[in-house]
Design a protein around this ligand. Structure first.
Ligand code: CNA
Length: 250
């Protein structure tokens, strides 16, 4: 059987699908990932991206952090307005049809919600939410894009405090409630589709160990450490794969 047919059959036979994804889900929307050849880790900066995106670096060099964050994560200065691709849209459709219970993502770009997904566990937070470090007032992405002091740091309009994105930096812990929700969804899933992630960032990558079923599918351009455990491995672009899937109501 063709791999797409096999995937379609597994989806047709499932009613509690969980999708676990990473940066590769959004590359077809124009957002670079970290570890592909044209990803952020293969470009040269004054510091490695892991260092810039760490808590220590953020606290010590907020201006340098925001310079990288604005250019490479928020894509400021580029004409690109990232939009959901076929993968985001098909996952939202599967949820609306009552076949998918949750999306668990390492992405921070908010594209799953933009596509219409409702139950999304954002393990690493989101660029859409930002808060004042001093008075904890929340700000949206537009505010961060349009407000910056001489360092490039956005400041609170109430108290003048520095604003921090609600994303989980290296050295920071994951939100407990988000983690619990993700674990529950994965452990109750009858099918787990893993896509667009190199599965090297922990503790996120360890969550797939909570899946106990026999429909584990991996969709990734390159091989991953979980390939040998999967019931089906598709080495292709995730948007291309999902665009061929039909959503049938249970
Ligand atoms: P990663 O380590 O960059 O891995 C991405 C994986 O996806 C690689 O194995 C690629 O081969 C694969 N890939 C790339 N494009 C496609 C595609 N179109 N179809 C199928 N596979 C593809 O990213 P991870 O998510 O595994 O690493 C976790 C980090 C990356 C998290 O902390 C994220 O916050 C962070 N990140 C997020 C975004 C985003 O929100 N869009 C962008 C860049 C990095």
């Amino acid at each position: 059987m063709e791999k797409i047919e096999e995937l379609q059959k597994m989806i047709d036979e499932s009613s509690k699908i969980v999708f676990f994804g990473g940066a590769g889900v959004s590359t077809e929307s124009g957002i670079p990932d970290f570890r592909s050849v044209d990803g952020l880790y293969n470009q040269k900066y004054d510091y490695p991206p892991e260092t810039i995106l760490s808590h220590t670096f953020y606290m010590r060099k907020k201006g340098d952090f925001y310079k990288f964050y604005r250019e490479k994560i928020l894509l400021e200065g580029s004409s690109l307005e990232p939009q959901p691709n076929s993968a985001h849209l098909k996952l939202a459709e599967l949820e609306a049809a009552g076949k998918l219970t949750a999306v668990v993502t390492q992405n921070i770009d908010g594209l799953h919600q933009m596509a219409g997904s409702r139950t999304v566990y954002e393990l690493h937070g989101t660029i859409m939410k930002n808060y004042c470090e001093t008075c904890h007032k929340f700000f949206n992405l537009d505010y961060v894009k349009n407000n910056k002091d001489e360092r490039g740091v956005p400041c609170c309009d109430e108290c003048g405090g520095d604003i921090k994105p609600d994303v989980v930096l290296y050295e920071e812990g994951l939100d407990g409630a988000t983690l619990d929700g993700a674990i529950r969804a994965i452990s109750e899933a009858d099918m787990l589709i893993i896509g667009g992630t190199s599965l090297v960032v922990y503790p996120a990558a360890g969550l797939i160990d909570y899946y106990r079923g026999n429909k584990l599918v991996l969709i990734n351009k390159s091989t991953t450490s979980a390939d040998s455990r999967a019931n089906l491995v598709i080495n292709d672009s995730i948007g291309k794969v999902f665009s061929q899937i039909q959503v049938k109501k249970p």
